[in-house]
Design a protein around this ligand. Sequence first.
Ligand code: EPU
Length: 330
Amino acid sequence: MSAPLRLSSEPVGDLVEREARHAETISYLFRDFHIALPKGTLILRDESLARRTTLRVGGPADLYVEPGTEDALASVMELCSLRSMPVFLLGRGSNLLVRDGGFRGVVVSLASAGFSRIESEGVFLRVGAGARLKQVAVEARRRGLAGLEFLEGIPGSMGGALRMNAGAMGRWTFDAVEQIRVMDHYGTIRDVARAAVDVEYRNCPLLRQEVAVSALLKGDPAPPDEVRERMDTYSRKRWESQPNQPSAGCTFKNPSPTLPAGRLIDELGLKGTRVGDAMVSDVHANFLVNLGRATARDVLTLIQLVRDRVRDARGIQLETEVEILGEDSP
Ligand code: EPU
């Protein structure tokens, strides 16, 4: 959904004119949002995305908005479509690398209370896209529902987990999904049954085109103590095997279930390798951590270094799992 504005072959005059037009459209949209959205909606210009991602790098978004209702979200989507403005749906920013030049467009977050509700209906949980996965796991435990324990340690939102079919402890998000509710770029909403959604390892192609607003999850009745025990085991395992410094989680997809990227990188002795303040974690080699002052450029250079080393040594092309957004700084 992000479209880089700068093309190196473009004459300088055209570039300046295009940037001026873009800035003007952003100003119009800022005004449109204030007119169309309910009072109190968070609408920000030039909002830092570094502080809204767990890796803590990257530049600003031209506009950042947190609609509180489906109607408000529909207005945002429609206004952006009318003005041909790129939109990016931000979850909890835990799987995202924003480039240093930031995002030329509108970042939409569903973190408001209206999109973060979790309602239970028997063995089902209706979960808003903005709900934190930890809260979903806790609610399932409270209701005596098994099968959602793996969500406990994923530091993301329901919407993000759906979009990338997030997983842990051998389970995928879509293993627990019955139905998703999605909105297209014109603000139209529909419910889609799980069977009609194609999903892949760490990807849900439908949600690259449309926005998930909520999901209906199904759990299996079980004694809450049993559920708690499993959650505790997962949590312990994660604390022992994953770093707690700022990161975007696993950087690369596993080339296959029997060939984890972390092990591949570790075997090449790359733990502790640094570019600026970006470092291959010495706890888990598929995590690139920010030691404090890393830039997106540092992280991207380190990603390339790791990919080159793995390709040269093992003939394997690692694919990034983290989503990379925006443009480089000028
Ligand atoms: N390993 C090493 N060295 C390392 C890291 C791992 O030898 O530095 C070995 C481990 O000992 C283990 C194997 O590699 O034998 C797999 O490691 P792990 O159990 O940590 O699982 P993973 O495949 O690296 C996946 C998900 C994680 C998820 C964990 C736990 C991917 C890319 N990653 O990691 O998801 O938390 O399983 O279930 O599928 C994420 O998506 O961001 C993420 C962190």
